[in-house]
Ligand binder design. Structure first.
Ligand SMILES: *Cc1c(COP(=O)(O)O)cnc(C)c1O
Length: 400
């Protein structure tokens, strides 16, 4: 039995069958490279699903982890910790928000956002608004509330009843928003680029109109920046491409480059929605993860990774469109924002995705036909070029 088969068999005996795994057991990584147990090298254009934005095993982060691990790792949120404050100052300086709540994941960040929106309405504004509106194709997480917001049948299967107070409407259509909003509406939650939903960026005119409409109606605008945030879309936050200021921001994935961490931010007015005891987490923003996240943000700023994502992402999308032009009929559309890129094929993409993996390129297939690339923001242009060449070869073979 191969090492891989042995690992696969062990896992089947030991772990819940919640994951359809890729046929690859990862031994180690560095930058945008991963290696399996046979020493085969892979170009990683998935980066832990937009998590390891600085690449695998970043040397400066490894040093911070080592030093902090010998100083303090966790004491709970019963205590004051300067590491949290350093991180809070740094993250709040990237946007219009005044206060932050730290947690451990994207779903938790959205859960906190939903709770804050409801409590702000019910305890600060003294209304009985509670409903949260989301959009078809969205993804907001796997807790019961966030799965209710996510709305996709496959994520809700067997978990009935769903928590109340969630409504989903067609994506990107202001007429639908106007129809759906009532005095019961507490918040609208939106990804500027639907990641899981097939890498679909919203129209600028729609987001701006939506933000203005929310202000007019007193509905809170929650920007789910879990995937698109932290420089990936060419700005600190993907909403900053659209000239809007959401009421609540959720963030996670890249925040601690692979250590679990999430956050929820809001301007002072909205942050009043939570009082002492309203919300909490045992793990959130322990000294170690905080120190690491602080370093992640420092590096992102120092190395101007937002600008890099904007430039390299634009170049890559053009390059992939060229692949589409070279193999007519294979690529329906290349779309995205910064280094959140989708290559929408005209046919089911499983075989191409598998062949890419075989040839040493890791990406993700979403919505059946969309190759999703969310590489490290430090990825080499040469890696994206090599991917383009390989993809073109595979598409040519297929159409021959
Ligand atoms: C991944 C993701 C989430 C959920 O994050 P978890 O850390 O898996 O809970 C929520 N929203 C968006 C947009 C995501 O991409």
């Amino acid at each position: 039995m191969s090492r891989f088969d042995a690992i696969k068999k062990r896992e089947e005996e030991l772990l819940f069958r919640t994951y359809g795994r890729y046929p690859l057991a990862v031994k180690n990584g560095k930058g945008s490279r991963l290696w399996d147990y046979d020493g085969k090298e892979y170009v990683d254009l998935l980066a832990g699903i937009a998590v390891t934005s600085l690449g695998h095993c970043h040397e400066e982060l490894a040093q911070v982890i080592e030093q902090q691990a010998r100083k303090l790792i966790h004491v709970s949120n019963l205590f004051y910790q300067e590491e949290q404050l350093d991180l809070a100052e740094r993250i709040l300086a990237t946007c219009h928000c005044d206060e932050v709540f730290f947690c451990n994941s994207g779903a938790e960040a959205n859960e906190a956002a939903i709770k804050l929106a409801r409590r702000y309405h019910q305890r600060v504004k003294n209304t009985d608004a509670y409903e949260v509106i989301s959009f078809e194709g969205c993804f907001h997480g796997r807790t019961l509330a966030t799965v209710a917001a996510t709305g996709q049948a496959k994520f809700q299967d067997g978990f009935a009843p769903m928590p109340e107070g969630f409504k989903q409407i067609p994506w990107g259509d202001m007429a639908e928003v106007r129809k759906a909003v009532t005095p019961r509406t507490a918040a609208i939650i939106l990804e500027m680029v639907q990641g899981e939903g097939g890498v679909r960026p919203v129209e600028k005119a729609f987001v701006q109109e939506l933000a203005a409409f929310c202000k007019e109606k007193g509905v809170l605008f929650i920007a789910d920046e879990v995937q698109g945030g932290l420089c990936r879309c060419g700005k600190w936050w993907s909403f900053q491409n659209f000239g809007i200021e959401p009421d609540i921001i959720s963030v996670a994935k890249a925040l601690a480059n692979g250590l679990p961490m999430g956050a929820m931010m809001a301007p002072r007015e909205i942050a009043q929605g939570f009082a002492v005891g309203s919300h909490a987490t045992t793990f959130g923003a322990g000294a170690l993860v905080s120190k690491v996240a602080d370093k992640v943000l420092e590096i992102m700023e120092r190395d101007k990774l937002a600008d890099r994502a904007a430039e390299l992402g634009a170049w890559a999308m053009d390059r992939f469109r060229q692949v589409g032009a070279n193999v007519p009929g294979a690529i329906k559309e290349v779309r995205g924002l910064g280094l959140l890129i989708g290559i929408d094929l005209t046919f089911p993409g499983k075989e191409i995705w598998e062949a890419l993996l075989q040839k040493g390129f890791i990406c993700n297939l979403t919505q059946g036909s969309v190759l999703r690339l969310v590489p490290a923001l430090t990825v080499a242009k040469e890696d994206l070029e090599a991917f383009a060449v390989t993809l073109e070869g595979l598409l040519r073979e297929r159409s021959a």
